[in-house]
Design a protein around this ligand. Structure first.
Ligand code: DAH
Length: 339
């Protein structure tokens, strides 16, 4: 019996040593300690022994059992550690590899222009006003001195909702709203917003575009104030050396009226004047309708096209780029990009 126990021990330790997977090790355990395991069977033999021999035999079996179990547990820990190390090595992260490039959003070029203009005028004491895009004919045309049968309406052939309402064709109606709100007090406002017009199908026009309106009313306002304000705005947008040219023009709501051109450099190095806005001294009739005595008050006004500024500033050739939201286009307008 002793011999048999010794042999079992040797074999068990050998098998434990040979097991290279947790599964194999488990099989060894079952082979010795399971229901039909070899040690279990040997224990079963005990009842055939002389009762006097039983305690010594039981002790001997137990010693072997403890030795095998200890070897088994140690081997299991060993294998588990080896598996862990192998996994860690396989799944190792190389923290020195470059990370993924995540793009940050950027402000839309049209909003960049609006923000730049707002920044400047807020600094000069103006307030920013807004008006509705679905506007009354009264504000969009009549209070801008464009009566029902006025031919100037044709230039802005419009999207009407009913007889009295339309999608505003210009930001000028905000002038009328601001004047009524101020009840005859001096005012300095700018008003950015969308406007709508039937327009020619060419790459520099769209049926919907943006304008920024400006209006100043006070007692001693002159054309010199207007000219200096426009020059300041143009230089803020295009650089400190930029020159402008005022050209006589016609708008029903200003007298005199002018169009303002900015001197731009062409690709071939020569320069040309390009129109960017309309402006003028507020027409006495517009002042009167807005609640100001034209004998006491005077004002200047201007309306600048946001897309036009952005096209020139960023050298873009097609206005539709602003509206199609092609991410490759938009990504070029990180903060600080300018002409
Ligand atoms: N509303 C004009 C347009 O859409 C632009 C304009 C011209 C606005 C002269 C003004 C102005 O305030 O004084 O073409």
């Amino acid at each position: 019996m002793k011999e048999l126990l010794k042999q079992i021990k040797t074999e068990a330790l050998f098998e434990i040593e040979q097991a290279t997977t947790i599964g194999a090790l488990e099989a060894v355990r079952v082979g010795y300690f399971g229901k039909k395991g070899r040690l279990t069977e040997v224990m079963g033999q005990m009842r055939h022994l002389d009762p006097a021999e039983r305690p010594a035999f039981g002790q001997a079996v137990n010693t072997i059992k403890v030795a095998i179990e200890a070897a088994w547990t140690a081997r299991k820990q060993n294998l588990e550690e080896a598996i862990l190390i192998a996994t860690l090595q396989k799944e190792q992260l190389d923290v020195t590899l470059p990370g993924l490039h995540l793009y940050q959003g950027s402000i839309h070029p049209l909003n960049q222009v609006i923000e730049e203009v707002e920044d400047l005028f807020l600094g000069m004491g103006y307030t920013v006003e807004e008006g509705p895009e679905v506007e009354l004919d009264l504000f969009n045309f009549e209070m801008m001195n464009i009566a029902k049968d006025h031919p100037a309406r044709d230039m802005q052939d419009s999207f009407y909702i009913d007889d009295k309402t339309l999608l505003r064709t210009q930001t000028s109606p905000v002038q009328a709203r601001a004047m009524l709100k101020m009840k005859g007090e001096p005012l300095k406002i700018i008003c950015p917003g969308k406007v709508y017009r039937k327009d020619d199908d060419d790459p520099s026009h769209s049926h919907q575009f943006m304008q920024i309106e400006g209006l100043v009313i006070d007692r001693d306002i002159t054309l010199a104030h207007l000219k200096d304000t426009l020059l300041t705005m143009v230089r803020h947008l295009f650089g400190p050396e930029r020159e402008i040219r005022l050209r006589p023009s016609y708008f029903p709501f200003t007298e005199p009226s002018m169009e303002v051109d900015v001197l731009m450099q062409k690709q071939d190095g020569t320069t040309e004047y390009i129109e960017i806005l309309g402006a003028g001294m507020v027409h006495p009739e517009v002042l009167r309708m807005g609640g100001y005595d034209p004998q006491v008050y005077r004002g200047f006004a201007f309306g600048v096209g946001v897309e036009r500024i952005a096209l020139l500033k960023y050298h873009i050739d097609d206005i539709r780029h602003f509206y199609t939201n092609d991410i490759r286009f938009l990504r070029q307008f990180k903060e600080g990009v300018s002409s």
